[in-house]
Design a protein around this ligand. Structure first.
Ligand code: G3P
Length: 218
């Protein structure tokens, strides 16, 4: 399973990259705003900076919601850097745009997906990635992991190449469960990635090993 980091924070992206397990980055307008990145030029420059920090795909989301606007914005984003993936919302105009981008060889990430039917449409349109938001479903008392399972079954039934990019991940168990289900990618906050390191028996075991070494070696 690929690990993406879900942030526009450069320090966190660097930290995840340094860990050696990072496969890409996802951003969205809220994450960009959180970092105080505003103005068209600064936003575009920030995407390029992120691309230069990591090796893999970097999702950059369009703001337009009409077909023509999505195409114009998406083509501009895609021309910024070869690692850019155009993130398009799951709306009618978005599906049309994904189909267009797919025919032009531009990678896409269909975002704001909350149902198996939406994921099926994204795959039929030729999306590179589909982003089901599992944490937001959990927040609304609906099983987000069940959605990932259903999408996996549908895509496997027909051999769709669209990659399931589990998004809105809140914690380490989401990552582990997504790996069990067979999600292709998990995009996570840094805390969820580093949370995978933790186990008290590891800490206790290491302390004992070091103490025993010291007893003998001084
Ligand atoms: O980037 C999309 C998604 O991961 C958002 O997550 O935490 O805002 O629900 P969250």
């Amino acid at each position: 399973m690929k690990f993406f980091i879900d942030t526009a924070n450069l320090e966190q992206i660097k930290e995840a990259q340094d860990l050696g397990v990072l496969d890409g980055v996802t951003t969205n307008p809220s994450l960009m705003a959180k970092e105080g990145i505003k103005g068209q030029e600064n936003i575009l420059n920030h995407y390029v900076t992120i691309c230069n920090l990591v090796d893999g795909d970097v999702s950059a989301e369009v703001i337009a919601t009409d077909f023509k606007g999505i195409i114009e914005e998406g083509e501009k984003l895609a021309s910024l850097h070869k690692q850019i993936v155009v993130k398009v919302p799951m709306i009618k105009e978005g599906i049309k745009a994904i189909k267009y981008f797919s025919s032009k060889g531009i990678k896409t990430n269909c975002t704001l997906v909350f149902s198996p039917g939406q994921a099926l449409l994204a795959a039929k349109a030729g999306a590179t990635y589909v982003s089901p938001f599992l944490g937001r479903l959990d927040d609304a008392s609906t099983d987000g992991l069940e959605l990932i399972e259903k999408i996996r079954i549908i895509y496997d039934n027909y051999g769709y190449q669209t990659q399931i990019l589990a998004a809105s991940i809140r914690h380490t168990m989401h990552i582990v469960k997504c790996a069990e289900i067979g999600a292709d990618v998990a995009t996570c906050p840094l805390s969820a990635i580093t949370g995978l390191l933790k186990h008290p028996l590891t800490d206790i075991g290491l302390a004992t090993f070091l103490a025993d070494y010291k007893k003998v070696n001084g």
